[in-house]
Design a protein around this ligand. Structure first.
Ligand code: MG
Ligand code: ZN
Length: 204
């Protein structure tokens, strides 16, 4: 199966906020979120998305969902879960619009380029939102942080794999606890002088 799976559209004139899903926008579960009825947003995440939009950010959710390639459920189920995610965010704040949701359906053994910490979903989001077909520069995992596309681009996640994907495209990286999610760091992300958490790709 090709990936990532694309849901939505939009365009970015300013920075892009790349945001993990489980443990950042909604509560994670033991195992996976397998059905829309199992999804509940972390309170404050809708308001945080609206704040990002007000500051000119495009919103690109990037989520690893290997249950699809494990055969546990299909793409229609994925879209129903994401419809519910969008609905709950909008119920909290009517400006909490997500432009794009990109999903990697693969397992590690599928050796795709989109499963975080690989940056394929962030590259795809950048290409779609900025209409930029240029291939991404090669990544030197052991070297300096790569150049950014936009100095305020940000990646918010609850795992080191999220941080790795953000680092690989030169984004500011913000790590949250899975219980507190995006609201935990929203003031920092909105602070243009905050360059994000230190992340060392060789130490995790
Ligand atoms: Mg997560
Ligand atoms: Zn993938």
């Amino acid at each position: 199966m090709e990936g990532p799976i694309v849901d939505g559209f939009g365009s970015a004139n300013g920075p892009i906020a790349f945001i993990d899903r489980d443990g950042v926008l909604n509560f994670g579960r033991n195992g996976y979120v397998n059905h829309p009825t199992e999804l509940s947003i972390i309170p404050g995440s809708g308001k945080a998305i609206a704040q990002l939009r007000e500051k000119g950010y495009a919103i690109c959710v990037v989520t690893n969902q290997s249950p699809i390639m494990r055969g546990l459920w299909n793409v229609e189920r994925l879209h129903s879960i994401h419809d519910e995610l969008r609905r709950q965010l909008l119920a909290e704040d009517s400006n909490a619009v997500i432009d794009l949701i990109l999903t990697c359906p693969h397992r590690n053994r599928d050796r795709c380029g989109c499963r975080k910490p690989w940056p394929g979903m962030l590259v795809k989001g950048h290409n779609l939102l900025r209409d930029d077909r240029q291939p991404n520069r090669p990544i030197n995992w052991a070297g300096e942080k790569p150049d950014f596309w936009h100095p305020l681009d940000a990646m918010v996640g609850d795992r080191k794999s999220d941080m790795g994907a953000g680092w690989a495209v030169g984004a500011r990286t913000f790590e949250v606890s899975a219980r507190h999610g995006l609201p935990q760091v929203i003031d920092r992300v909105l602070d243009s002088k905050d360059s994000g958490d230190f992340y060392d790709p060789m130490r995790w």
